[in-house]
Design a protein around this ligand. Structure first.
Ligand code: ADP
Ligand code: ASP
Ligand code: MG
Length: 242
């Protein structure tokens, strides 16, 4: 099976119109004969909104309940995207982290992935379903829901690409790749066609949120090359991180 993993961030799935654009990218790959696994984030600012609501209740939330709350945004996105794909004539199935399963340690709010199951996903792909996985979440060995840290859906995508031996891992976002500086702050920032893991890690550690730092570390460790590209620019060439 020629498997590819695509990840779409919050701004790429912010509303139904954007989800329709996401569908076109997925269907394009399906038509090429690829088996597609899609990782999605919560829509738009959903996670920020959940945290704001939590703050209205307590400034010192129980870490377990924090993860129980902030992980829910992704569940909405996976269900909607799966429905949209079916509406477009493509069979699809959505999975939460625990259903894959994505097993993590119990470091709530910043959990680390320990193991990723492949059986369920491979069976679904073999029966010609597009697989949609909720990013950012997992389950610990005591069956508690965990989250991987803000921006953690990037890490879910890399972990799946590694486990499934995907031929590529594309991270779709709202800019056309990795720039020397945030292109939304400096419009003249230079775009990289290619960047090393180490340079990318340095940028992620310095706060460039384009890729989650844990995702870059994992990609380097497992030698997964990443293509960062825009959901909204036709024929976006993006940046290869390898
Ligand atoms: P997503 O929701 O797709 O995960 P993020 O908001 O997490 O997207 O990351 C994309 C944003 O990262 C861009 O909109 C951009 O403003 C910001 N950014 C910061 N530094 C950089 C950089 N060096 N290159 C590209 N984008 C950057
Ligand atoms: N929804 C989560 C967040 O906002 C994860 C992600 O976007 O990658 O941090
Ligand atoms: Mg992000």
């Amino acid at each position: 099976m020629e498997i590819i993993v695509q990840k779409y961030g919050g701004s790429s799935v912010a509303d139904t119109e954007k989800l329709k654009i996401v569908c076109t990218h997925i269907i394009k790959e399906v038509k090429k004969g690829k088996k597609v696994v899609v990782v999605v984030s919560a829509q738009g600012k959903t996670t920020d909104k959940l945290i704001k609501e939590e703050q209205e209740i307590t400034k010192n939330p129980c870490k377990r309940e924090h993860d129980m709350l902030v992980s829910v945004g992704e569940q909405i996105t996976i269900a909607k995207l799966s429905m949209l794909l079916k509406e477009n004539g493509h069979d699809s199935i959505s999975y939460l982290g625990w259903q894959v399963p994505i097993i993590t340690d119990s470091n709530f709010g910043d959990a680390n992935i320990l193991e990723v199951g492949d059986e369920k996903i491979l069976n679904s792909l073999a029966s010609d379903k597009i697989v949609i996985v909720a990013g950012f979440q997992g389950i610990d060995k005591e069956y508690n829901i965990t989250t991987l840290g803000r921006g953690g859906s990037d890490t879910t995508a890399i972990a799946l690409a590694d486990r499934l031996k995907a031929e590529k891992c594309e991270i779709f976002t709202d800019v056309d790749g990795v720039y020397a500086e945030d292109p939304n702050i400096n419009k003249n920032a230079k775009k990289y066609d290619k960047i090393s893991y180490d340079k990318m890690l340095e940028m992620a550690n310095n706060g460039a949120k384009i890729l989650h730092n844990k995702c870059v570390k994992l990609a380097k460790e497992k030698n997964v090359s990443i293509i960062v590209k825009s959901t909204f620019i036709e024929e976006s060439t993006g940046t290869i991180v390898e």
